[in-house]
Design a protein around this ligand. Structure first.
Ligand code: HEC
Ligand code: HEC
Length: 254
């Protein structure tokens, strides 16, 4: 289909692109320069497959918490105990003192809020400040007593596993901050009693009492009235949690 000469030209272009890309990768400016100790720690991190269960900057497995900022959460004693006897589903690694020190250096040196904060999907064990946690705190402080009861029903039921503030979740559960405009009280009672099983919303379990349904409806109304403020607060918090990717060397640090 192609002349031999145009094949050669195409091949040369590819070779040049490859060379440029390689050059860019290796000349990348890194902001995180690891000490020799921390480099040892990083090797242990790879060898121990920590990333199977843990994330760094939100990347990795999800069985354990994100470790990007773990060093500011946990002290020496806790780290030692984690790396020698394990904890829950975290296996014991039987690290010696030197290995623990290296891992400590690695975790300390990557903990750089100016570069980015971890995505604490499982929550921050120390302060439980996830965007969701912060949102919940604002609601608890400002909501009226009746709506608060509704909010607690929402938070303690599994509702917040599917419904997130101001976005449709992956399972298709909509944001509920404007539901009181979309549905009238009778329709809301209907959803809150029977769910919409064929559309992915199971009937609430345990079932909600009529009082709880009224309280939830009150909460949805409050949410709707305070939507603008809550939303700008939420967006601000999301922005604070962004990672500055341009300042991260692609998964390798010197
Ligand atoms: C099989 C999954 C798994 C592997 C592999 C694993 N961890 Fe964990 N890790 C966990 C779980 C689960 C927790 C939470 C334990 C708890 O809170 O009791 C945890 C907790 C931690 C914590 C405490 C985090 C915090 O914020 O409290 C640190 C630090 C940690 N792991 C480091 C490591 C390191 C370093 C490695 C590799 C050498 C590793 N983990 C390998 C599952 C794992
Ligand atoms: C398993 C995930 C899941 C859980 C848990 C869940 N929902 Fe839903 N919910 C959905 C989905 C999906 C829809 C959208 C159904 C549709 O397309 O009509 C929905 C719809 C709704 C609606 C109607 C929204 C609208 O605009 O029509 C309300 C109200 C609602 N849910 C409240 C709740 C409450 C309160 C709880 C907790 C008691 C709860 N949901 C728990 C998935 C869930």
């Amino acid at each position: 289909m192609f002349e031999p000469s145009s094949k050669k030209a195409m091949l040369s272009v590819l070779v040049v692109c490859f060379a440029i890309q390689t050059g860019l990768v290796y000349s990348d400016d890194v902001d995180i320069e690891l000490s020799a100790d921390a480099v040892e720690g990083r090797e242990l991190f790879h060898d121990g497959s920590c990333q199977v269960c843990h994330q760094l900057w939100g990347q990795g497995g999800f069985l354990g918490p994100d470790l990007t900022n773990a060093s500011s959460r946990i002290d020496e004693t806790r780290l030692t105990s984690l790396l020698t006897v394990g904890s829950g589903q975290m296996p014991a690694y039987q690290y010696d003192a030197e290995q623990i020190r290296s891992m400590r250096s690695f975790l300390e040196e990557i903990d750089r809020p100016d570069v980015g904060r971890g995505q604490l999907r499982l929550g921050d064990p120390a302060t439980s400040v996830t965007p969701q946690g912060a949102f919940d705190a604002v609601v608890r402080e400002e909501v009226s007593p009746v709506a608060l009861a509704g909010f607690e029903a929402f938070a303690s039921g599994v509702c917040s596993a599917c419904h997130f503030p101001f976005q449709t979740s992956v399972v298709g559960a909509p944001d509920l901050s404007m539901v009181s405009q979309r549905l009238d009280d009778a329709e809301l009672h209907e959803v809150l009693t029977n769910g919409r099983p064929e559309l992915g919303m199971p009937p609430p379990s345990p079932a909600l009492s009529a009082t709880q349904r009224d309280q939830l409806i009150e909460y949805f109304g409050w949410l709707n009235d305070h939507r603008a403020d809550l939303m700008s607060d939420w967006e601000l918090r999301q922005r604070e949690r962004q990672v500055d990717w341009s300042r991260l060397d692609w998964w390798e640090f010197r």
